[in-house]
Write a protein that binds this ligand. Structure first.
Ligand code: SF4
Length: 347
């Protein structure tokens, strides 16, 4: 049985540390609910450094929920191109439409109402409510789990939903009362996890919570947090085609599988013994000249694609075609396919 940990002791030293150590991040200037929301959704699964540029472009093009709600899908996907997990941006737009139609373009100042919006879970709702509205609502992400699990040497797996609930309750009870401090406390927990309490080699000597931390005292930092077992990724062999015709390169919409609904360079799973040429034949292509081919891998959350990219020239196209400028400037193409375009520069 784990001995109870006194979370009341963490806000004061953590806020003091945060005041002098926080990073200047673009979304921290003028933290409106819209800016906090967009940044938090982008930061899921993506590094801070990579998000900075995307965030600046997104906010310039779509400065508020009204602009987001009416943005054309292709432009929206292009703004997200390279970030992956495209359901995130589709949900952003769905939620923007609800905010416009139900709330007149304002965000509700209420945790339950925020959680009801598409794509907004407990974490994002807590981040918006505390950072933008100054409410005492925790936002428990991977950083916060790591810090808290080490502080109290909590042996519960972070995938257990009861653990999230437990931690949200514990943290809620010790939140500061005033708005500014609520916002700072949420961000101080993120910041500690990102800068000092890192997954490997935490910098405990610099940590403002070192005197309270059981994992530091017992040298057990590497044992916490307890993570779920990693499942092996499914491996698939995929052929991706760069089909060049006098009119341009073929692009089509994916109708099934991973990245369904996104644009792609024509592709298909390769069955055992099947060759890329046979796939082209299935699309009615018999007269073509291979220019080059290369192999690369692309890793999704649960799947690994071993890709054979084949560049062919043909007189006519089995799918819609676009110029290279159009593809680069206005057609969104997920990274798994975009990598294939690199072949053009290598030959
Ligand atoms: S003392 Fe070390 S393990 Fe404990 S919270 Fe601080 S950085 Fe993390």
């Amino acid at each position: 049985m784990m001995k109870e940990f006194d979370f009341k002791r963490i806000p004061a030293p953590l806020l003091l540390w945060y005041n002098t150590h926080k990073r200047d991040l673009p979304w921290r200037e003028n933290p409106t609910p819209y800016r906090v929301w967009v940044s938090e959704i982008m930061l899921q699964q993506t590094r801070v450094e990579a998000v900075k540029e995307y965030f600046a472009r997104f906010i310039t093009e779509l400065p508020d929920v009204f602009a987001l709600a009416v943005c054309e899908e292709e432009k929206l996907l292009k703004l997200w191109e390279g970030l992956g997990y495209y359901s995130r941006v589709r949900n952003l737009q769905k939620a923007a439409k609800v905010l416009v139609s139900v709330y007149g373009g304002e965000f509700p100042r209420d945790l339950a109402a925020l959680k009801d919006l598409p794509g907004i879970g407990s974490y994002t709702a807590g981040a918006i409510a505390s950072i933008a509205f100054g409410l005492p609502t925790p936002a428990v992400d991977g950083n916060v789990f790591r810090v808290a699990a080490r502080l109290e040497e909590n042996p519960t797996c972070i995938a257990d939903p009861k653990y999230r609930q437990y931690l949200e309750e514990r943290l809620s009870a010790v939140y500061p009362k005033s708005g500014e401090a609520c916002s700072a406390f949420t961000q101080s927990l993120f910041e500690l996890g990102a800068l000092l309490c890192k997954p490997q080699n935490p910098d405990c000597a610099q940590c403002p919570l070192q005197d309270l931390c059981r994992a530091r005292r017992n040298g057990t930092q590497a044992l916490f947090p307890v993570m779920p077992e990693k499942k092996a990724k499914r491996q698939e062999r995929v052929a991706v085609f760069l089909i060049e015709t006098p009119e341009g390169f073929c692009i089509r919409r994916r109708e099934e599988g991973v990245l369904r609904g996104m644009n792609e360079l024509p592709s298909a799973l390769l069955q055992d013994g099947e060759t890329p040429e046979e796939l082209l034949n299935e699309w009615g292509m018999y007269a073509f000249k291979e220019v080059a081919r290369k192999k690369y891998a692309h890793i999704f959350t649960h799947i690994r694609w071993d890709i054979t990219c084949v560049w062919v020239r043909a007189e006519s196209a089995p799918f819609d075609t676009y110029s290279l400028e159009e593809i680069e400037d206005s057609i969104s193409l997920p990274t798994a396919f975009k990598q294939c375009l690199g072949i053009l520069k290598e030959v």
